[in-house]
Design a protein around this ligand. Structure first.
Ligand SMILES: [Zn+2]
Length: 192
């Protein structure tokens, strides 16, 4: 169950709409409290989840600051199959969320706060870190964002992409080289 709506830095998804709705209802003589109309939220979250289009995640909060959008995500699976012994575990050893860059929405850069969960396997006593299909280990960008940067550099230049995306030229160049290397490995033909 979600408890948090927004945070001090931005606005929670729906909270402005809910307050506006509450005011409107009051002017029409209908008394209601915010908690009463809270059940409207899941539907809006559903649309945000669809928009995000990443598997197995839900948007927990949404905030906007200085031209950037921050989406805090939650994962829908309670546990994983241990990659060492294949035993299912939902015992969380620790969770250290990370911030990763994702594709922009309406011209605004997007950061995702993604849970980085380490489980504990009672069977083999190891503590595997959860692997996420949209994010490689130890990366600060989603796979699709890296792919996007790679394609943009092919069309433009590292400098132009750096300016457009508010990334340093070094960051752009590193992403490009990384994706190019990965494509070479998988045998994809490069057009560069
Ligand atoms: Zn195990």
């Amino acid at each position: 169950m979600r408890q948090q709506i927004g945070n001090g830095n931005g606005f929670g998804v729906g909270i402005l709409d809910l307050k506006a709705l509450e005011r409107l209802l009051r002017t029409n003589g209908v008394k209601c409290s915010l908690s009463y109309i809270l059940p409207l939220r899941p539907e809006m979250d559903f649309h945000l989840d669809s928009l995000l289009n990443l598997p197995n995640v839900t948007v927990f909060t949404f905030s906007q600051q200085e031209g950037f959008i921050l989406l805090k995500l939650e994962l829908l699976n309670a546990g994983i199959n241990c990659p060492h012994c294949q035993t299912y575990t939902d015992t969380i050893h620790q969770n250290r969320p990370i911030l990763v860059r994702d594709l922009s929405i309406c011209g605004q850069g997007v950061y995702l706060q993604v849970p980085r969960r380490q489980f504990y396997c009672l069977h083999c006593k190891k503590s595997p870190t959860e692997r996420l299909p949209f994010l490689e280990m130890r990366r600060s960008y989603t796979r699709r964002y890296e792919e996007y940067i790679y394609e943009r550099v092919k069309e433009l230049t590292v400098e132009r992409v750096s300016q457009n995306e508010q990334l340093s030229a070094e960051q752009v160049a590193r992403i490009f080289q990384r994706v190019a290397r990965a494509k070479k490995k998988t045998g994809e033909i490069l057009n560069v």
